[in-house]
Ligand binder design. Structure first.
Ligand code: SF4
Ligand code: SF4
Length: 487
């Protein structure tokens, strides 16, 4: 009996040492993340854990656990810890909808999206008084007045009085520098390369296994952080072309055919530090920098595939064939979150997406269930923090265009971008999935992806440690606001 009690006491001591070390690690990472509020709470938590350890050692020293009362308390502690562990560690029932990918969310008729009606295409491509302008607003009258107002707000070089003006000049310059890359890569020869002439119409014979390994490996080698493959669901391909660059107006309104069987979808990580500054201008540098990186990866991957003799179309900021998020969901990169972005297990919503459509034979990945739908039902932080109330706060998804989702109001969101002169990103910054993947956060993500109770627990903990409305993080020195403004 004595030996059993000794073992129980020793295991208890080891457990308390481990939890104190995890607490210390969390405290240190909160300081590293420059999270003031979380550092205070993590510090208090660590002190509490340390105090518990000291009390435990003193009780061992006094032989307390060898008394009847001490043993009863020790056993009660074990029961409490073991039952708590079972509650948050076991794998709870999967979400069958998530495991079906975007198909799992379809509950009615889905109409293919016309790219001409997308908020960016309307405001970016259409030239006032052009034929296309008249044609478009004849068909979509509801947007005309709204778009007129939105155009007056402008982009990052827009009207004075926006969020960081007049001191953000260098940050706008950096943003526009990155924005030039996708534009350079949006000519038809760049996004839809012809097979190499030396192939003379032949194709490399390559098995789906090898092609998959090479395509994914090359995308990662070029800088993609996550890569997945899906068979293309034609519902997510645009019905008509609407975004025009290089004056290629004969393409405007052209029907887009879903010709390729596969999509290789990839994600690049957005810096935790830069996203943390949203809605200020450094977050805009990060968004555009990622779009530039995505264009660079997608273009090279499309050329690689074309050089094997297969058809390939690069999808990036200045040339999309369809909607990236449902394709990424189907390619197993993550799930659709309340904020309208893809949420990945590895990086949360802190990613930008790109893709290549191709007929290269490939092996598709399977959609994943990482608990996003359930977590978003509880959390709502992005909706509460959204300054333009563009994210629905209702508990459950509603039906929009035949699909279940929390329908983002992209009109009011885009209008807000025009008012502040940046791409905001507050929703991405405050999302609990966006935390840097330090050791404690990796453990938390593991738990919330597998267990419903852990989702409830850590959603509350996130509010306590980071606040219901988390504060903007410090701006990196190199992207600080300039004292001098444009003359
Ligand atoms: S980007 Fe800003 S305005 Fe748009 S949905 Fe997110 S928080 Fe709201
Ligand atoms: S902030 Fe919360 S509700 Fe919004 S996407 Fe992230 S997890 Fe979901």
């Amino acid at each position: 009996m004595d030996a059993v009690v000794t073992i129980l006491i020793a295991i208890g001591a080891v457990g308390l040492i481990v939890q104190a070390l995890v607490g210390l690690n969390f405290f240190v990472t909160c300081i590293w993340e420059k999270e003031r509020r979380a550092s205070v709470f993590a510090g208090l938590q660590f002190l509490g854990m340390g105090a518990l350890l000291v009390i435990y050692v003193l009780l061992i020293w006094n032989g307390f656990f060898r008394t009847t009362l001490g043993l009863a308390i020790l056993i009660a502690g074990y029961v409490l810890v073991v039952s708590g562990a079972i509650v948050v560690l076991r794998r709870t029932a999967p979400n069958p909808r998530a495991l079906q990918g975007s198909k799992g969310l379809i509950v009615g008729e889905v109409k293919r999206q016309d790219e001409r009606a997308i908020v960016f295409a309307r405001n970016r491509s259409l030239r006032i008084d052009s034929e296309q302008y008249k044609t478009f607003y004849m068909q979509y009258r509801e947007y005309e007045e709204y778009d007129k107002r939105r155009r007056q707000l402008g982009g990052p070089l827009g009207h004075p009085g926006v969020i960081d003006k007049p001191h953000e000049g260098p940050n706008v310059a950096a943003t526009l520098a990155s924005a030039s890359i996708p534009t350079h890569l949006s000519t038809p020869g760049a996004f839809n390369p012809r097979p190499h002439p030396e192939l003379k119409g032949k194709k490399y014979e390559v098995s789906p296994e090898e092609a998959t390994e090479r395509a994914k490996g090359y995308a990662r080698n070029r800088g993609a952080d996550l890569v997945g493959i899906t068979e293309v669901n034609p519902l997510w391909i645009y019905s008509h072309r609407g975004e025009i660059f290089h004056n290629n107006w004969e393409d405007w309104g052209k029907e887009i055919k879903a010709e390729h069987k596969y999509a290789i979808v990839f994600a690049t990580e957005m810096s935790f530090e830069m996203v943390g500054t949203g809605p200020h201008s450094p977050t805009m540098i990060e968004s555009m920098g990622n779009y530039a990186q995505g264009a660079y990866i997608a273009t090279q991957l499309a050329h690689f595939i074309a050089n094997l003799g297969y058809s390939a179309i690069a999808c990036h900021l200045r040339h999309y064939e369809g909607l990236m998020v449902p394709l990424a969901v189907d390619a197993g990169l993550g799930e659709l979150g309340r904020l309208g972005y893809l949420i990945t297990k590895e990086l949360g919503p802190r990613v930008r997406l790109g893709a290549v459509m191709t007929d290269l034979p490939l092996i598709p990945d399977k959609p994943v269930d990482i608990g996003v739908e359930d977590f978003c039902r509880i959390c709502k932080k992005c909706a509460v923090c959204c300054p333009s109330n563009s994210i629905p706060v209702v508990k459950d998804q509603t039906v929009a265009n035949g699909s279940l989702r929390w329908k983002l109001n992209d009109e009011t969101c885009f209008e807000y971008w025009g008012k502040i002169g940046t791409d905001c990103n507050i929703c991405m910054r405050v999302c609990p999935w966006s935390h840097a993947r330090t050791f404690p956060h990796k453990i938390i993500v593991e738990l919330i992806t597998r267990n419903k109770s852990a989702r409830r627990l850590f959603s509350i903990m996130d509010d306590i440690f980071y606040g219901k409305k988390p504060k903007v993080k410090a701006i990196p020195k190199w992207a600080r606001f300039s004292k001098r403004s444009k003359q």
